[in-house]
Design a protein around this ligand. Sequence first.
Ligand code: SF4
Ligand code: SF4
Length: 413
Amino acid sequence: MSANGTSVLDLDLDLWERVAQATHGAAAACFQCGVCTATCPWGLVRDEPLNLRKVMHRAQLGLDGQRDELWLCTTCLACQALCPRGVQVSEVILPLRQLAWQDRAAPAGLSTVLWDLHWDGNPWGQPPSRRSDWAKGLNVKRFESTDEALYYVGCTGSYDPRIRKVARAVAETLQMAGVGFGTLGDDEPCCGDPARSLGQLDYLELLVESNTKRFKEAGVARLVTTSPHCFDMFRNQHPGLRETTEVLHYTQYLLQLLQAGRLRLERPVPLRATFHDPCYLGRHNAEYEAPRQLLAAIPGLELVEMEESRELGLCCGGGGGRMFMETKAGERFADLRVDQAAQTGAEVLVTACPHCITCLEDAARGVRGGMKVLDVAELIRMAAVAQSQVEASSTQHSALSTQHSKTAAGSAS
Ligand code: SF4
Ligand code: SF4
């Protein structure tokens, strides 16, 4: 308090320096318009929105406070998409989380996630020796450098019973398209997304270094992921792979296979479906078309759009490490998203991300029962026909045609 009773902000230059260095000045461009706060989906589910404008202001002043708010952010980038100054939100939020770790002010419970990551190589505390159990009975082999692609399953696809079905659908589809691929089996490392999203950026550096070395040594020229989070990590956070490895989300790779005539979608799937854009595929990596083009190629499937889609798509609530934090009932974005999907008249809400599947399925299971949630891979698997089946049926067809012509010729003579 000053002598006249007004509040005085006591700026600490050392702290200012610390925040500026950690965030690399990413908040500097902010001119406090407040568009981000108005855009943020937390405003839809809480009386008190996530006041990102204030977080930015404090970062500009070198204050790292508002720590509770820091952990709400799902890094969905809805605010960044509309920010007139193009402020890189994650570049402020994640380093501020890193400072909170340094000051032992991170929320209780999150350190367990990071210890699990450290000891078991996955954030779910599951044994590394069970990592490849998802592929039981599928005849998925170990990756070799001569393979067309490394299928990177990811921690959630490897262990979560629901997402294992998605991983199996991806693997089976690759097999049906005749792709030579393999996985790293039980040796597959975590992509580092949990460390990054929780702000453990020093630990992330170690993971990135070791992953880069491992993939380079294995001779991975093409890496295909189940999750958009892993896709984003390998594409954007592993600079050492840029020269050597093409990183694709599985929807992008399946679309390439479809366009090359290797993936045949011939079985009808007569459903009305709507697509939810995962933030890490859409806003983070501008991939809106691949999943839609795949869905559009499924015979009998009708694709309808929600009002908020593509750049404006509502977040499921699972990014930014929120999968590891509790979100109160009534404050889950996924509930709103399932309502939006239901308004289109769709029978199926389709997405292409393990976190989205988990959050949306939880929401659909509750009061909003009746809406089925599926991954694009699962629908593709339903529609796909194996190359061998296509070849067999075309051989059969030509044999029948030959027989028919002979018969016709015989009757004519
Ligand atoms: S929208 Fe951008 S410029 Fe406006 S307050 Fe938010 S971060 Fe700052
Ligand atoms: S990234 Fe998403 S959750 Fe975070 S402040 Fe922006 S709109 Fe809100």
